[in-house]
Design a protein around this ligand. Structure first.
Ligand code: HPA
Length: 264
């Protein structure tokens, strides 16, 4: 059986992974625009790395070309995507510095392209999202955490706000009532598009700050970057261990959702 081709999508504060060797930049053309991806080797297998906000963190969350990014990974033959997301936390038992393997999301975005399927195919596509994140990749992340001695939080609900402004305390209060645990600006539509493309996708959420109104402190973007920088070595170890845990031929149903993907 062929090796799994893995990709890491790095969010805020995650612009490279030192365990990926022999990296070279490749450009992939997609229907949605060109994408630059790094291709490298880890443990004898191909690993791709993509900086979601661009290498120099120049693309704001609402302007990321999510469709091009996922279409590029699909074109490269990737099957498993590990993404990282800096998040604000709504819970004192998921404090800044903890690591949450989220298992649900709520979409509070407002103006993004949320699907690959705009009706051009001549039929309408409704994909099941009962299990939004790939159970096999989530389980690999949790096993990897145990292997590298990190305590990960198993499960959490991510709410995606539109950004780029941060939330008001009133919004965060409402999100809390809705059952959200952490808030970020990028997981939607990335998770949706990955499933539509039939890719296995899961996210390591890294709380960097208490969300607005959870404590009396205002939210500072520098705090987000500082916490991510402090977490960097731990995150790299976790990602590498997770790639080791992903076995070919996993038993999830993510691939089935890709059955509508147009043949190129
Ligand atoms: N809100 C939204 N996105 C974020 C936050 C936040 O508080 N922290 C890091 N990303």
């Amino acid at each position: 059986m062929e090796d799994v081709k893995t990709a890491v999508i790095g969010g805020s504060g995650v612009y490279k992974q030192s365990f990926i060797k022999d990296e070279r930049e490749i450009n992939v053309d997609t229907k949605f625009g060109p994408v630059t991806v790094k291709q490298g080797i880890y443990n004898g297998g191909i690993v791709y790395f993509m900086a979601r906000h661009g290498g120099g963190h120049t693309v704001p969350p609402h302007l990321v070309n999510y469709r091009a990014n996922i279409a590029a990974l699909k074109k490269l033959g990737v099957d498993a995507v590990l993404s990282t997301a800096a998040v604000g936390t709504l819970r004192h038992d998921m404090p800044p510095g903890s690591i949450v393997i989220i298992d649900q999301f709520i979409d509070f975005t407002k103006q993004r392209a949320l699907t690959f399927y705009e009706g051009e195919e001549g039929f309408v596509v409704h994909i099941d999202f009962s299990e939004p994140y790939c159970p096999e990749i989530r389980s690999a992340m949790l096993k990897a955490g145990t292997k590298v001695g990190q305590q990960l939080i198993d499960g959490g609900c991510y709410i995606c706000s539109e950004g780029p402004r941060l939330e008001t305390p009133a919004e965060i209060g409402m999100f809390k009532n809705w059952g959200a645990d952490v808030v970020g600006m990028t997981n939607v539509p990335e998770v949706i598009l990955a499933r539509e493309a039939g890719l296995c996708y899961a996210t390591i959420a890294l709380p960097t700050n208490y969300a607005a109104g959870i404590t009396a402190e205002p939210v500072r973007h520098e705090e987000v970057l500082e916490t991510m920088e402090n977490n960097r070595p731990e995150l790299e170890r976790l990602l590498a261990a997770c790639i080791d845990e992903i076995k070919p031929g996993h038993y999830c149903k993510c691939k089935d959702a890709g059955k509508y993907w147009p043949k190129e």
